[in-house]
Structures are given as structure tokens and as C-alpha cells.
Design a protein around this ligand. Structure first.
Ligand code: SF4
Length: 413
């Protein structure tokens, strides 16, 4: 029996290519090999790995996760940073990945290698074939060059990818390609905004995919419902009261101020569990909590975008009517924000256990993977019988958006 090791770069490329390999080599034994140190940042790499593993598990194919050799990749492509996509940097990148695949294959008794990169419409088939044959020959094994795109391969891949609700990346993988693709643009994908899983972030999506992979490994049905929303991120902020810099957080959806805002406190009012200092410019406000400083989540979406900064009770005495305040705040709004709900079990199940996937920037107000895993395993029987479903909502900390989306789209929750 021929033993084939398949280099895999993502779930989307693998979902049809693996089926095709199985079809063309029905009597062979197949394993996958995820060696992709070209994917940046690490969260994106993990996301593509989780999706690859889902695809392989579904087909009963074992897949190896190779080390994330980022330094090795960066060294290999040094000097080629500005090459266009499909240029010399890509050849080196393919060479590195396929060489490592061939080496692993030889060391572990495989007869042949191939790569699902040949599935991608953006890759040069001939270049991949030449590199594959060269590295395979060097290790005295065979390279299977398969034109997955033939006979409607791309359409089949897209159909399967939709069916499996796979994460579909919008760039090849490396930061250099992304720099060229988004020339002079702010590149959200490469920025990490905190220790938490912010709504609409890759970390939030990765969490959902990990939970999904776990639930599916127990044979449970899962469904993701994606939704768009106006997202928001703070790029930087400074608050000075009487020239002293004060630790603070910024309320979701506060707009930027131009340059340096110099304002005075007009008046201070008591508002439930906090005091609110109203500034004489920009409709700006400073919330003074009656507890130490923390990030604050929204109970409902916020439509008004005046800048609101938050300080802890320990700085309460710094602010009185007439106090001078200086603020620098740069925030960005993104109308293409995307988050998702995950429903585990039968949609029509009458009972429900609810979680949410996002957290505040400091990682608080969220659930861990273990919390959700425990709820799933403790209720397996009820989920299998259709009596109970588990729903994990996205974008909760910015006003319960996931739950609102589910309710307004008549998803049975
Ligand atoms: S564009 Fe893609 S193939 Fe080319 S170097 Fe970057 S990650 Fe590798």
C-alpha cells in the first residue's frame, strides 16, 4: 500500500484536495502534515490549523502539526520581502515547506508526498510541481503532482468549504503579502489589541473554532451564524488631569479627538454606581467608578460616540468642577466587523445553556474553553437526545450583539 504524506496549508484548500487524493489513490494510506511557518500572526496560524484538523478528522485522516519555525522562515526569505506574490519569495517559501514535508515523509516511511497548495487558484502549479519533484527526488521518494483545479475543482472546493462553514482567509499567509495587498492601509489582521478575545477578533473566532472542533469530535452537530457589525478599536489614548497622566480605560465606541483636546470639567453628576464628569468640549465625559479601574462592557449597543474615558475611585479626588483635563484619543471604526454565534446540538431543542465567546480587553468577563467543555460533557445525553442545545454568542461585551442577532433573525434560542 502506497503511503502518502500531504502537505496542508489550510482547511479550505484541504477539504476537496484530500477527497480527490483519496479518489485517485484509493488503495493508499494518507496522512496530513501542517508545516506553515509562513502564516502570520500566530493566531491566524492556529486558526488555519484548527480548521485543517476539523477537515482531516472528518475524513479520518491523521494530521501532524509541525513546529512553527517562524525564525527559519524569516531567515529563508530575507532580502525577498518586497517580491510580488508568485515571485521569488513564494518559490523559497514553497521550497522550505515542501522540503520539510519530504524530510518528514522519508523519516517516517512514506513513499510519496503532495501538497494541497496546488489547489489554490493563486499558486503557480508548474512552480509547485518543479519544487515538489526536486525535494522528493532529494529524499528518494515520489512527488504526486495533482491538478486539483481540473474538472470544476474550485467550485467543488467552494461548495464543501461552505458546507463545513470553514474559515476562509483573505490573504495568502505572510505579512509581506499583506503589506503589499493593503498598501498604506491600517492592517487590522496583524494587530493584537489586548490579552482578551475582543468582539470581532481572530482570537474570538479561534475560540469558537476550537469549541466547535471539540463538539464535533463527540459527534455533535454544530452550526455557526456569522453577523456583521460596526466594530471599534482604540489605537492609543492618554488622559491627563492637572498635567498628571491618569490610568484609564475607554468606553467602547468612543470617537477620536483631533490632536490634543484641552477641556475643563463643566459639572459632575452622580449616576448610579459612578460619577460622571462632563467636559466643556466634544460632549466628552469621564466616568469615575466607585471601585478600582476596570474595563466596562455594554449592556446594549452604543449609538452615541462621544468620547468617554473611565477612571477608578482612587483618582476621584483629582476631579472637581473646573479641573483642567487633556485627552488624546485615536480610535478606529470598522464597518466590516464580523462575529459569530455557535449553536451546538439541535436548533429546535427546547432547553438551552448560554455562553459567550468574547471577553473584555483585559481578558475578564469571559468563559474558558474548560467551562464550555465541561458543560458539553456533562450534558452530552441531553444534547444527543435533542432536549438541550448549547449556544455561544459572539460580541457580547459590546452590547449583547450575538444574542440580539439570533433573536432578530428568528434563530430558535
Ligand atoms: S505570499 Fe504566500 S506563498 Fe508567497 S511568501 Fe507569502 S505566504 Fe509564502
Amino acid at each position: 500500500m502506497k503511503k502518502i504524506l500531504v502537505h496542508i496549508c489550510c482547511g479550505v484548500d484541504a477539504v476537496y484536495a484530500l477527497r480527490k487524493i483519496k479518489e485517485e489513490y484509493p488503495n493508499s494510506y494518507i496522512e496530513g502534515y501542517f508545516y506553515d511557518p509562513n502564516i502570520h500572526p500566530k493566531e491566524e496560524y492556529l486558526l488555519r490549523w484548527v480548521e485543517t484538523e476539523r477537515v482531516c478528522n472528518d475524513l479520518g485522516i491523521k494530521c501532524h502539526l509541525a513546529p512553527y519555525d517562524l525564525d527559519r522562515w524569516l531567515t529563508a526569505v530575507k532580502g525577498l520581502e518586497n517580491e510580488p506574490e508568485r515571485g521569488k519569495r513564494c518559490s523559497v517559501c514553497h521550497d522550505l515547506r515542501l522540503e520539510k514535508t519530504a524530510q518528514f515523509a522519508k523519516e517516517n516511511g512514506f513513499d510519496a508526498i503532495t501538497t494541497v497548495l496546488m489547489m489554490s487558484p493563486k499558486k503557480d502549479f508548474q512552480v509547485l510541481k518543479e519544487i515538489g519533484e526536486k525535494v522528493a527526488k532529494h529524499h528518494d521518494i515520489e512527488f504526486l503532482s495533482i491538478d486539483f483545479k481540473k474538472s470544476g475543482g474550485i467550485e467543488k472546493m467552494n461548495r464543501l468549504s461552505k458546507e463545513f462553514q470553514l474559515y476562509h482567509q483573505n490573504y495568502c499567509g505572510c505579512m509581506y503579502a499583506l503589506f503589499q495587498q493593503r498598501e498604506d492601509e491600517y492592517i487590522n489582521e496583524l494587530v493584537s489589541y489586548g490579552r482578551g478575545r475582543l468582539p470581532g477578533s481572530r482570537e474570538e473566532l479561534l475560540f469558537i473554532k476550537q469549541v466547535r472542533a471539540f463538539a464535533e469530535s463527540l459527534g455533535l452537530t454544530c452550526r455557526e451564524e456569522s453577523f456583521n457589525f460596526v466594530n471599534w478599536r482604540v489605537l492609543h489614548s492618554i488622559l491627563k488631569i492637572n498635567k498628571q497622566e491618569i490610568p484609564h480605560s475607554v468606553l467602547w465606541f468612543s470617537r477620536s479627538v483631533k490632536g490634543l483636546l484641552r477641556a475643563k470639567v463643566k459639572n459632575i453628576i452622580n449616576k448610579g454606581d459612578k460619577k460622571v464628569a462632563i467636559l466643556n468640549k466634544y460632549n466628552g465625559k469621564i466616568w469615575i467608578l466607585n471601585e478600582p479601574l476596570k474595563e466596562v462592557s455594554l449592556e446594549m449597543p452604543r449609538f452615541y460616540t462621544e468620547p468617554i474615558l473611565i477612571i477608578g475611585v482612587d483618582y476621584e479626588d483629582f476631579i472637581q468642577t473646573g479641573t483642567k483635563v487633556e485627552i488624546k484619543l485615536k480610535a478606529v471604526f470598522d464597518e466590516n466587523g464580523i462575529s459569530q454565534n455557535l449553536i451546538i446540538g439541535n436548533l429546535e431543542a427546547p432547553h438551552i445553556i448560554e455562553f459567550h465567546s468574547d471577553t473584555l480587553p483585559d481578558g475578564k468577563e469571559g468563559y474558558s474553553f474548560i467551562d464550555i467543555k465541561r458543560a458539553i460533557t456533562q450534558n452530552l445525553g441531553k444534547i444527543y437526545s435533542g432536549e438541550l442545545k448549547i449556544v455561544i454568542y459572539g460580541a457580547k461585551t459590546v452590547g449583547n450583539l450575538g444574542k440580539m442577532y439570533a433573536e432578530s433573525n428568528f434563530i430558535n434560542i
